[in-house]
Ligand binder design. Structure first.
Ligand SMILES: Cc1cc2nc3c(=O)[nH]c(=O)nc-3n(C[C@H](O)[C@H](O)[C@H](O)COP(=O)(O)OP(=O)(O)OC[C@H]3O[C@@H](n4cnc5c(N)ncnc54)[C@H](O)[C@@H]3O)c2cc1C
Length: 383
């Protein structure tokens, strides 16, 4: 892994450089690394610092533009930012962090290469940690959800949904079976947050526009349904804006159902808690997120909902204390490994720096979680 990384031109760590590990190259991770590489330009040049970004994709996805990409208003390539191009002073590792031992300032990660070689996770040490793996979709044990529902978090899902909607219009246009036609032209979105409302709004707009090119589909033939469990949508923008959006959506003939849940979507029928049943081939699930599983595979302090407990400055005070026999829970992202294949820090994934045995409480830089080690007399870093 290391050889491969070096052969791709990444700089091997010098013995006395400070390594900042950024987990996740999404919105938070990319902008933090971008800012750090600007602020630490001199240190990076002198080999005193190294910024390592570990992320599964070589690009950052600007999720707020996904609905526009799904509607075809912007090109998919304009929703993503190639990390290697913008973070040209960082070391980018395409992989997934599987666990974090912050007490030991060590993380383990897998890459496509480790999967291919079957070698299990690789270890990397760090001095500063920026934890930005985002969240994952919160799914519920709703019958049919895992089989039929479509997510909306990635460019692939957004473009896939666009193609899917157009395909349904083609099916509706070419079938003689009214039940198939009706199901094809019924689109159910679950979750009234940014993702659900914007995706529905943009796709309905796109489909209404596309309908003019079909000889036998009119915009009024389509059913667009928004299902939201609470009594409001878009809580982030305030109550008034939420109400205004509901009015606007309804004015466009979109069926907004508040205080309603999806009970089942088995056999291509969406059954709602208000008793309504909609035969449909499209259920888009955007009903919330939950903490990324890597948090549970770390020793960092979590709250009762499994979210990271941090200060107002987004820093973390201290790792959770683990019992001596307690081992980190396996991350769902990691594969079971044999003892021989368990994570091992490799020389070239270390950024070794002379450390004092004395450890002081950390000075938080704001972007990172905590300063790793140092003496009470040592100057805070970065200066
Ligand atoms: C359709 C949609 C529309 C939205 N619209 C708005 C809006 O209008 N306004 C607004 O404020 N917000 C909006 N949001 C929310 C906003 O996009 C998110 O709040 C923001 O992306 C969060 O940034 P993040 O860096 O925490 O997570 P993300 O941007 O999701 O980045 C997380 C990164 O971590 C990577 N990662 C995952 N697992 C691992 C791992 N094990 N190891 C390493 N890396 C990992 C991921 O691949 C990803 O690159 C929208 C979201 C969606 C889905």
């Amino acid at each position: 892994m290391v050889k491969a990384a070096n052969s791709r031109g990444t700089t091997p760590a010098s013995p006395d450089c400070v390594r900042v590990l950024v987990v996740g190259g999404g919105y938070v991770g990319m902008y933090t690394a971008l800012r750090l590489q600007r602020k630490l330009k001199a240190q990076l040049k002198r080999g005193e610092a190294e910024i390592v970004v570990i992320t599964p994709e070589p690009y950052m996805t600007y999720q707020p533009f996904l609905p526009e990409a799904a509607a075809g208003n912007i090109s998919p390539r304009h929703v993503v930012v190639p990390l290697r191009r913008v973070l040209d002073h960082c070391r980018i590792i395409i992989g997934e962090v599987a666990s974090i031992d912050h007490a030991k300032r060590t993380a383990t990660f897998t890459t496509l290469a480790t999967e291919e070689e079957g070698t299990g996770p690789v270890g990397i040490t760090y001095d500063e940690l920026v934890l930005a793996p985002g969240s994952i979709s919160r799914t519920l044990p709703i019958p049919g959800l895992a089989e039929y529902a479509i997510g909306f978090k990635t460019v692939e899902e957004a473009i896939g949904l666009r193609n899917h909607v157009l395909e349904q219009m083609d099916i509706a246009s070419s079938t003689r079976d009214p039940a198939i036609r009706d199901a094809a032209l019924t689109f159910v979105f679950v979750g009234g947050g940014y993702a659900g409302v914007e995706a529905l709004g943009e796709l309905e707009d796109m489909a209404r526009y596309a309908a003019r090119y079909y000889h036998n589909i009119k915009a009024e033939d389509m059913k667009w349904i928004l299902v939201e469990a609470s009594g409001r949508i878009l809580p982030e923008v305030g109550e008034e804006m939420g109400k205004y959006t509901v009015r606007e959506l309804r004015r466009r003939n979109i069926d907004v159902r508040l205080e309603t849940r999806l009970d089942s979507c088995e056999d291509r029928v969406a059954v709602l808690s208000d008793g309504a049943r909609f035969p449909t081939r499209t259920v888009v699930w955007t009903a919330g997120v939950k903490p990324h599983p890597v948090l549970a595979a770390s020793d960092l302090p979590l709250n009762e909902r499994g979210r990271l407990q941090c200060t107002a400055q987004l820093s973390v005070d201290a790792p959770r204390t683990r019992g001596p026999r307690e081992t980190p829970p396996p991350s769902p992202t990691s594969r079971p490994t044999s003892p021989a294949r368990s994570a091992r820090p490799t020389p070239s994934t270390r950024c070794a720096r002379p450390r004092s045995s004395a450890t002081t409480s950390s000075r938080h830089s704001g972007s990172g979680l905590s300063r790793s080690t140092g003496t009470s007399t040592s100057a805070p870093w970065p200066p």
